[in-house]
Design a protein around this ligand. Structure first.
Ligand SMILES: [Zn+2]
Length: 648
């Protein structure tokens, strides 16, 4: 998933950005009065059978050492009227001698029936939720005997299923059909499919999905490119994936090819613009393959979702889900696609075993994303992105506190919602650690190591401990002198940003800083040298303007550069935040329109927060009342908390 900067939702740190991810932990804490002590089995380590790697997953009830899923045959009907999915999940399982039950993760599902081997009704039990950890949902325990090969669960989802976002036609761009999309990461797949919902369990799947006529359905699988006459769609995913990568979208969706193996899905009126914006996808794919080996998933397509998608992107295999706010008109925000594409190696191919090892997914991906951007757009461009990562990381560390355990790469999420682990630490501290490793041996040796890492561990899970063993054996030991004195534990198990963090200088940002100086010294806005600036330079410019800037100066900048009403969401957002802080009322009408039409959380948080912090709470509440129905529930959760909104 893409989150180029992140802060904890509870603190709303002084960041201009927020996490591009959910904060399900803000869903009301329900105190259960039962004495049930059921907990995920933390004491018996799970074993990945392909690698014999041991790990505990504190966020899944499944005991995969006893019985584990291997393949899913999913048959589902999507009902937009009731906002539910009725489905049967036929799981092919593998069990060890002595297994008496198989355990699935579920949350808010109505389980109707369970059948074994397609003929025998099973005895099953839906356990109580764990006190204080309702985000885990409920364990579904199904009794089995040694002859059981398949377990079929008949069930219905809840209209409030956390992974499912149902949009009315008015919430889409073309406003003709309703729209549905899913977001399963981190542990939300269990709200629409009963599954062993940990990143350490992989399975293949087939699916048959029925949606209303006139709609296209897509999944993390081989996908159709045209609407079917009867609303029936068949899917096949032959590469095993963990459940957090299960996805579905359905709506009035068109397809347009971009390259040989790449294409874009979007609402029909928008698909051409999206394909144009993402026209470098094929080049990105080829650059990525040149760096770290063959792309293993067949096609690579992107779906550009309606505006209420609360995140930047999600690396669902074969079909990245992306926010429409990347469509800037000048390709300046396509790093997000590079990020999701990079996940096809780091994350989707070599997968963090538990959410405590999240940096193995995201740190590698941010690193790899930047290498793709460098290959396609040049070093100066990639350097800007690195500097932005670093600045955001510093902000996050300051927010958490330099000694906070939440700034360790290896996280401690037991008993907590794994979404709390989504921060710049996993992403940017992770990437800078890898850059440090690279800097010691040089790019050639480092790239060879990474290539080997991806190919030897493809379709497997990785724990932090296993990675350290692998790293020592394959990189550090063979290059002992070059790594002399390097303490990797300081990075992985220690807090803050270690002193040996590589320093990056961006020549393009230095030029921007020079123009800001000129402006501060009285050069009129129109005379500043801003030609060929990308979004990143503009953001640098806006962020570095002095705190004391006057509304007259803002007005002069606005006249020269038309920030108010800008079509580029990144630039508009940065400008509106400054406008709120400086009480520059000229921008307020457009700011309100922006808040009512964009649902990406990283854009919403800084604006509402700025209103609260500058005593403009009334305006915040007035706008939020209007805009809230159009936001995704994870964005609602964050803003509810920020604004003290009482859910009625
Ligand atoms: Zn990511």
């Amino acid at each position: 998933m893409h989150a180029f900067s992140v802060t904890r939702f509870t603190k709303f740190a002084g960041s201009n950005r927020d996490m591009d991810f959910k904060s399900a932990a803000t869903i009301g804490l329900i105190v259960f009065l039962c004495s049930c002590k059921q907990q995920p089995e933390n004491n018996t380590p799970l074993t990945d059978q392909s690698t014999n790697m041991n790990f505990n997953d504190p966020h899944s009830f499944a005991r995969i050492n006893e019985a584990v899923v291997k393949h899913l045959n999913w048959k589902a009907t999507v009902d937009f009227n009731t906002k539910t999915i009725s489905a049967e999940a036929e799981w092919t399982i593998e069990q060890q001698p002595g297994a008496e039950k198989i355990i699935f993760d579920t949350r808010d599902l109505t389980i109707e029936q369970v059948i074994l081997n397609n003929e025998v009704p099973a005895i099953f039990q839906l356990k109580d939720t764990v006190a204080g950890q309702s985000f885990l949902g409920q364990a579904l325990e199904i009794s089995i005997v040694p002859s059981v090969k398949t377990v079929t669960i008949f069930y219905k989802t809840s209209p409030s299923a956390a992974a499912l976002q149902w949009l009315n036609p008015e919430q889409t761009k073309d406003k003709k059909y309703p729209f549905l999309f899913t977001q399963s990461q981190a542990i939300l797949c269990r709200t629409w499919i009963p599954t062993q919902d940990g990143p350490g369990v992989r399975f293949t799947f087939d699916a048959t999905v029925k949606v209303p006529q006139g709609m296209l359905a897509l999944m993390s699988a081989e996908n159709p490119q045209q609407i079917s006459a009867d609303g029936m769609y068949h899917f096949k995913m032959e590469q095993p994936i963990p459940s957090y990568l299960m996805s579905m979208a359905a709506g009035d969706i068109a397809f347009k090819a971009v390259g040989k193996e790449t294409g874009v899905y979007a609402e029909p009126s928008y698909v051409d613009a999206c394909a144009e914006e993402l026209s470098d996808m094929q080049a990105m794919l080829e650059s990525a393959e040149k760096l770290y080996g063959k792309y293993q998933w067949g096609r690579y397509d992107v779906i550009v979702l309606p505006p209420s998608f609360p995140f930047g992107g999600m690396e669902n295999p074969r079909i990245t889900f992306a926010t429409p706010t990347i469509i800037a008109g000048d390709k300046s925000l396509v790093a997000l696609v590079a990020h999701e594409l990079a996940h096809s190696w780091s994350g989707n191919l070599v997968t963090n075993a538990t959410w405590n090892d999240f940096w193995l997914n995201e740190g590698f991906t941010v690193y790899f994303e930047n290498r793709i951007m460098e290959a396609v757009y040049g070093k100066d461009y990639a350097d800007m992105l690195k500097v932005l990562e670093y600045e955001s990381l510093v902000e996050t560390v300051n927010d958490f506190g330099k000694d906070s355990a939440d700034t360790h790469l290896r996280l401690h999420l037991e008993g907590r919602d794994p979404d709390e682990g989504v921060s710049d630490i996993a992403y940017n501290k992770g990437a800078y650690f890898l850059r440090l490793l690279e800097s010691k041996v040089g790019r050639e040796t480092w790239d060879k190591f990474l290539n080997q890492y991806f190919s030897e561990n493809a379709f497997r899970v990785m724990t932090t401990d296993a990675f350290i063993v692998y790293l020592n054996k394959n990189l550090i030991e063979p290059n002992k002198e070059k790594y002399a004195g390097l303490d990797i534990n300081e990075w992985i198990f220690g807090p803050g940003i270690p002193a040996n963090c590589p320093k990056i200088i961006s020549v393009r940002f230095e030029q921007v800083d020079g123009e800001i100086n000129k402006f501060n010294q009285g050069t009129p806005a129109a005379q500043l040298q801003t030609s060929n600036w990308s979004t990143h330079e503009w953001l640098r410019f806006i962020y570095q303007l002095p705190e004391t800037i006057s509304t007259d100066q803002m007005s002069a900048l606005d006249n020269a550069f038309h920030f108010t009403g800008a079509g580029n969401a990144e630039i508009a957002d940065a400008w509106y935040e400054l406008a709120i802080k400086r009480n520059y009322k000229t921008a307020y009408t457009d700011m309100e329109t922006f808040l009512c039409s964009v649902g990406r959380r990283k854009f919403l948080t800084p604006l509402y927060k700025a209103m609260v912090n500058t005593g403009q709470q009334d305006m915040a509440m007035r706008i939020y009342t209007k805009a809230r129905p159009g936001y995704h529930y994870v964005a609602q959760n964050t803003m509810d908390e920020l604004l003290g909104w009482q859910v009625k």
